[in-house]
Design a protein around this ligand. Sequence first.
Ligand SMILES: C[S@@+](CC[C@H](N)C(=O)[O-])C[C@H]1O[C@@H](n2cnc3c(N)ncnc32)[C@H](O)[C@@H]1O
Length: 189
Amino acid sequence: MIPFNYLGFFFKHFGTLIYQKKVLEELCIFLKPLPSQASVLDIGAGTGIMSEFAHKCNSELKYVAVDPADGMLKYAPAYVQTYIATAEELPFEDNSFDMILMGESLHHFSNPELAMKEAVRVLKKNGKLFIYDFDVSTFRGKAVCWMEKTLGEPANFYAPYELKKILERHGFTVEIKHYQWRYTVEACL
Ligand SMILES: C[S@@+](CC[C@H](N)C(=O)[O-])C[C@H]1O[C@@H](n2cnc3c(N)ncnc32)[C@H](O)[C@@H]1O
């Protein structure tokens, strides 16, 4: 397993390097229609990198983050309310959030199917979901998948079309955008 609990310092200082500028621009565009004080839940937030990016686009939203690794969450900025929890068991009421972010985290969830059910449960009607992950149908995506499996991670990587099907089954309308060996999902309930 990757010892995320001890990697907070590393992610805080180097984690942003993995995010491409275009992806962040897309995230800003996707966030824009949200009204001020809308609530955003960052799942598998780590040090809160996705929330930080989103906050730069819109600082009027309410940011909440969950991650099982306290050693990551403790580096999250003060405007992010943090909870030690897993994607499979979110400590929130039904219909609590306007948007969910999952940055490089979905493939770490031990039970992505349950995590998706939980995401749908806590999202409000017309809620939005933004995912950024590696594309396992590419050579570099396969290499990352192999490396993570070797490290004992769940490595639940999906090719974009596979994840699209899964999300549609959960009631989302899905748009995929490709960024070489990575991709984003912009989904709406
Ligand atoms: C590669 S890090 C990504 C962190 C952050 N989203 C980012 O973009 O830097 C993956 C994160 O997923 C978290 N994680 C692992 N299993 C999880 C689970 N079942 N539910 C929620 N988060 C989980 C890890 O603790 C870790 O912080």
